[in-house]
Design a protein around this ligand. Sequence first.
Ligand code: NDP
Length: 443
Amino acid sequence: MNYIDRVLENLVKKNPGEKEFHQAVTEALKSVEPVINSNKIYEEFSILERLTEPERAISFRVSWKDDNNKIHVNKGYRVQFNSCIGPFKGGLRFHPSVNLSIMKFLAFEQTFKNAITGLPIGGAKGGSDFDPKNKSDFEIMNFCQSFMLELFRHIGASTDVPAGDIGVGAREIGYLFGYYKKIKNLHEGVLTGKGLDYDGLAGRKEATGFGLIYFTEEMLRENGESLKNKTVCVSGAGNVAIHTVQKAQEYGAKVITMSDSSGWIYDKNGINLEIIKKIKENNRDRISRYLEFEPSAKYTSGKFNWDIPCDVALPCATQNEILLSDAKNLVKNGVKFVSEGANMPTSLDATNYFVENKIIFGPAKAANAGGVSSSVIEMSQNSSKMTFDSEFSHNKLESIMKSIFKNVSQTACEFNQKGNYILGANILGFKKVASAMISEGVV
Ligand code: NDP
């Protein structure tokens, strides 16, 4: 059995039941095969074994009181996966589906993604199975304070800098930051995604969605196309989806779908984003309300099955939202490009189906790296005690995303796989992290 297969077999044995973690590692290791096979140093230094075991995985109890003084208990996590190229960095997710496997897959992916940006940050992820839906602001605050009461001892501006993710936006980051400052008596850039009224970066909120479109436009251009006049399906209606739609529309694309966990809408005239923002950003309401404002649109409850003809598909909700049957729907209906805004939104068999059918594919670890890149701009704003304006931050984001695309594309070409951005992204991230691990010795 070869080195990669042995590592994968052991990983499954040592981490039973962690299916999302197995999936993320399998996808990454399979595509770095050409590098592993051509250089024995990685096996000599046990790089794959070390790269797939988190440096630290913290699990803790979060007790909090609701508005009726009833006590609840949730699980809290911080998985600090790899710090060889910089302080741990990665978001916090509050969602009932959160478990150790999801935390580990996200932290593992984040390690590659952060390396691909070329910026000095390691990989981590954290969160809780707490569900912020239908909670009052006070309940959210109580929960965030209790969560921080344990997390604070593991993080710091030069140690580990969390950010937002599903269920964690500016409101939650504000409560977390306020409590960290209170406990530590320290005003430092320990979190990113902060509000603009206290140290946040202009443009951070938009960065993942805008970055996805910068990357996707580069990918289309390399293949002789552009987003202008393309029909686009987007999933999700949260932070990433909203800003993806905004920038895609600015580039002249027509976005016809969006979704949430209850269902999805199809507006053949093009999504009216102001309505979505009204429903989602202030009220955190259901997407079905879109029809109150645009009665000619269609709403379908349940999972989005991607069975709407489009040129470009941009999944921006959650992991494994494009399954093989969805990929078949997209290919049957003529999709040409898929670019991932969410983390690992495409299952392994669906990804393989796209590749077999010559669909141009932008993998999440490169395509959605705009959020973390902008977070690093926020970290440098905080440590320099300056305030960067939104023009500076948007221009910097655009140039980082273009250079990520260029480096991913060049890496694929070096391995005679022009246009295979999955392979390009994985090899680029792997080589950077592995080389730093070798330089830093056995730690
Ligand atoms: P939000 O919480 O703002 O939005 C998430 C959206 O996805 C909501 O519309 C939500 O619907 C929907 N959703 C969540 N879970 C499911 C599910 N199981 N099935 C169907 N729909 C679901 O999160 P973000 O926009 O921040 O994150 C979206 C994705 O992007 C995630 O994969 C995240 O890891 C990734 N990402 C985010 C970054 C960021 O900067 N925020 C950076 C890089 C990646 P509902 O409201 O009904 O739950």
